[in-house]
Design a protein around this ligand. Structure first.
Ligand SMILES: [Fe+2]
Length: 135
């Protein structure tokens, strides 16, 4: 994220949380080792923390879009809902302890998030910046 300008919105409230999310994604890189050790408690914590943080972040982002009067908010919220649904499904899949699950999360979640920031968050950026200036 550090060297990709497309991922920066120049809205610290959002950029800081995106950064934190990318930090959480990094935890998935070490997951195969944990699987070998059968450390299911740790894995469960990683995925539920991720789910919680994503829900928290997306709802704050929606609140800002709402306050900023962003006109395409419904479409944007649909994207968020779809993402939350997928994460929830993945968390439920955790109960089966399928090793592929973490690869799936790793790939899907990162890719989705990156493309969402570039395609959607960048669209509401100006509305939010304007709103925060008059706040
Ligand atoms: Fe978003």
């Amino acid at each position: 994220m550090d060297n990709n300008k497309k991922l920066l919105l120049n809205i610290p409230k959002i950029d800081d949380r995106h950064y934190k999310l990318f930090e959480l994604f990094k935890l998935f890189d070490k997951v195969p080792e944990r699987f070998k050790k059968n450390d299911s408690k740790h894995l469960e914590t990683i995925i539920s923390d991720l789910e919680d943080y994503i829900k928290y972040h997306l709802s704050l982002e929606e609140e800002l879009m709402q306050k900023a009067g962003f006109d395409d908010i419904e479409n944007h919220k649909k994207q968020h809902r779809y993402f939350i649904k997928r994460i929830k499904e993945m968390r439920l899949e955790f109960n089966y302890m399928n090793p592929l699950l973490f690869d799936k999360i790793n790939v899907f979640v990162k890719k989705w998030f990156i493309s969402h920031i570039i395609l959607y968050d960048q669209q509401c950026k100006n509305a939010i910046i304007n709103y925060l200036r008059i706040e």
